[in-house]
Write a protein that binds this ligand. Structure first.
Ligand SMILES: [Cu+2]
Length: 104
């Protein structure tokens, strides 16, 4: 059985996972954490507002590539990043709050 498992391992690595990778950004005390998130293409990124005031997530691109609704406490926003590149964003309510997603 062990021998069979070892033989199967390289094959498993070659198969694309059915479920895409996931990553998360927390909003707390007016800060996106981590401020720079690096993920592989196809990753779903989830922002969660842990502050007791509303925040949002707005792409800094022109025109914006994504724009979250205003998130109250513990609300989330999700986006799958399929395209490689650097994607800066900010909070639509507090533009000094800034973050970046880097897709490799
Ligand atoms: Cu904000």
């Amino acid at each position: 059985m062990l021998r069979r498992a070892l033989l199967a391992a390289p094959l498993a690595l070659a198969v694309r996972p059915a479920r895409a990778a996931e990553a998360s950004v927390t909003i707390d005390n007016f800060v996106f954490t981590p401020p720079v998130l690096t993920v592989a293409a196809g990753t779903k990124v989830t922002w969660t507002n842990r502050d007791d005031i509303p925040h949002s997530v707005v792409s800094a691109a022109q025109p914006p590539l994504f724009k979250a609704h205003v998130m109250d406490t513990d609300e989330t926003f999700e986006r799958v990043f399929d395209t490689k590149g650097t994607f800066p964003y900010f909070c639509g309510l507090h533009p000094h709050m800034q973050g970046t997603v880097i897709v490799t």
